[in-house]
Design a protein. Sequence first.
Lengths: 271, 121
Amino acid sequence: MYSLIMLLVSIVAGFLGSLLGFGGGIIVVPVLTLFFGVDIRFAVAASLISIIATSSGAAASFLKDHLTNLRVAVLLELGTVLGAISGFLISTYIQANWLYLLFGFFLFFSSIMMFKKKKDSTSLVNHPWSDKLGLESKYQDHLGNVIHYKVAGVPWGLFSMYFAGVLSALLGIGSGIFKVLAMDGFMKIPVKVSSATSNFMIGVTASASAGAYLMRGDIRPEIACPVSLGIIFGAFMGAKALPKMPADTIRKFFVEVLLIVSAQMIYKGFQ
Amino acid sequence: MDEIENLELTISKFLRLGILIAGFFILVGWLMDFSLWENPFNHFQEYRRVPFMDLARVAWAQRDWPFFLTYLGLFILISLPVIRVFLTAILFVKQKEMILATIAGMVLFFLILSMSLGIEL
């Protein structure tokens, strides 16, 4: 019964994640910890598995939309993977209440970011590394215009990805919000491109720590099975329903839920 | 879309098949071990670290096949991004993009290294 409830919650998480553009971790981890009383370290490890499932499953559609910048993705994966390894090592020593606090603040930040309108910032010049690696590219907007863009601030982008990787491993999240912020803020990559490139990268980031968590024994089938199966199924349904759903209305409701859950996680962290 | 992205698209479609195979093993393993009324989450309210190798040793002694099927699915799932990075490195080598191929190779190295960290700790 409990496993079935978790399966249903994960289906909803996968569905909403696919609809609103986030990984299922921000739903799955609070439900497992606050509702089922699972230790946050087991919940984080199970959540990473679901991120790999959704990211790998969606990689083809991210590429098909011609928005993903593969060269940028491969370069930045170096930062996120190193960060994820560091996050895994930190998780060995960090106490559970710190993880609750960190997760609570992350949820609060995520809900604020969901309200903010994303605006493109562009650069007129490439960073020298961008010239060397051929990172600048182009995409087509919704009107069919071809938009060329340059890639600036590559070292800062790479450095920020390291911290996105640390958070991913510590909290069992995709860190998509931070990746998009860094690509937009430091590297001046258009938001559409940075969102697609971030989605493409999160599976590799999650895999870096998930492998280590699995070998350490933190990924347990009793939790990971309903979570991963539910999220795969929910994300598939969400992708199908996407054109018919009022995403903005759902987003407004969901942000309020996130704020309440973030307060509960922070409260648990102080207990 | 350049040639690398076309080949990546083919790999990504192949990985989608990998998800289905992994999902199949996870589902079968989970259903074989499924109990409607038991609360499996009760066992995980306190964090106790039991390395995977120890769990596997006990499961082998008990011939716990659902355990192995589920973990086979989980291993396949975790390996999918690793395989993608490996194939991407090969694609960059074919394109004579040696710097990007080296970077992809480094990502691959760190991904494999991370698994060994889990064994040692």
